[in-house]
Design a binder for this molecule. Structure first.
Ligand SMILES: NC(=O)c1ccc[n+]([C@@H]2O[C@H](COP(=O)([O-])OP(=O)(O)OC[C@H]3O[C@@H](n4cnc5c(N)ncnc54)[C@H](O)[C@@H]3O)[C@@H](O)[C@H]2O)c1
Length: 297
């Protein structure tokens, strides 16, 4: 399949990055969001990220120009997907919202279009089941920040066809990414392994075994992780970690995935990490210094 026309649904953190890499690699991209302001912000972010790549020597001024020319924004889904050969959905992580988007996409996108989702935790099989084209529905899980991170975790739903998987693997390589194909069970692979590690780090803190800095330093220096698990949790968002742990817990019915009560308390109290200004660390605007939240001193 000669795939050229791509639609990306959702112009937030992930959607702008996904649109960026497709446009940079010569695809025609329609970026769609219900919020026009978010679309404007996304185009500005893509421009800024290109400038950063140009300064680093990983992209050229010419590539930036071509990529921006390849990109169009839409608030109307019907107009945005009518010629799409591939739709990559990166809207807000909410099951009802995604099911409703996929029902609409099934009605609006060409019958042979592949429908992919960037969901971190919702079952691909469940999303596919609301469409009449389950063999053409697949998970395409990019990592944040998309222009920088090499991995695409490709998730086969229960009914995904081999041809569609092969197309998405080839396409991911065309984007300069490294695809890894996995099957559709809670958390897929990335979050199934990452989230219990983060949860264990939170439990170690909760039980008073070590402090925030010690836990993160041990994992950074001892395991050569670029970021400790508590800092990473702050970066991902503690609400997102909590919600994915609940998906694992509900999906497998195994108590080992139950989120730590400390994590639950922090989320309920609004300490969500970087996005709220405080989680395990405190974040001051403009400062790059890593300061442990005083609640853990
Ligand atoms: N942020 C991450 O690190 C990360 C990493 C991997 C995967 N993901 C997944 O990517 C998806 C998007 O996450 P994000 O962090 O970019 O979220 P975000 O909140 O930054 O952006 C979501 C966007 O979706 C838009 N939206 C909501 N409803 C819509 C609709 N009906 N039609 C079109 N647009 C709609 C919102 O206006 C918003 O701009 C989620 O499924 C998330 O699980 C996120």
């Amino acid at each position: 399949m000669d795939l050229q026309q791509v639609a990306v649904i959702g112009a937030g953190t992930m959607g702008n990055g996904i649109a960026h890499v497709f446009a940079q690699n010569g695809f025609t991209v329609n970026l769609i969001d219900v919020n026009a302001g978010q679309l404007e912000k996304a185009v500005q972010t893509i421009q800024k990220n290109f400038d950063r790549q140009i300064a680093k020597g990983t992209a050229t001024e010419e590539q930036k120009k071509t990529a921006l020319a390849n990109l169009t924004t839409h608030t109307d889904m019907a107009a945005g997907v009518k010629n799409a050969q591939l739709v990559v959905e990166a809207a807000t992580e909410n099951t009802d919202l995604k099911l409703s988007i996929f029902k609409q996409l099934d009605a609006l996108a060409p019958a042979d279009a592949i429908l992919a989702t960037n969901t971190s935790s919702i079952s691909i099989t469940k999303i596919a089941a609301v469409t009449k084209r389950a063999p053409q529905v697949i998970g395409m899980h990019f990592m944040n920040p998309v222009p920088v991170m090499k991995l695409v975790e490709i998730i086969n739903g229960y009914a995904t066809s081999k041809g569609v998987t092969d197309t998405i693997v080839t396409l991911s390589k065309q984007l300069g990414k490294v695809p890894c194909v996995v099957n559709d069970y809670p958390g897929f692979i990335a979050n199934r392994i990452l989230m219990p590690m983060i949860n264990e780090a939170v439990y170690s803190l909760y039980e008073g075994i070590a402090g925030v800095a010690e836990i993160d330093t041990i994992m950074k220096l001892g395991m050569a992780h670029p970021m400790g698990p508590l800092q990473l949790a702050d970066f991902i968002g503690l609400d997102v970690c909590y919600s994915i742990l609940n998906v694992l817990h509900d999906g497998f019915g195994n108590p080992k995935y139950a989120p730590c009560p400390l994590l639950a308390n922090m989320v309920t109290a609004g300490y969500l990490g970087v996005k709220s200004g405080e989680g395990f660390y405190k974040y001051e605007a403009g400062s790059k210094e890593l300061v442990v939240s005083e609640r853990f001193n």
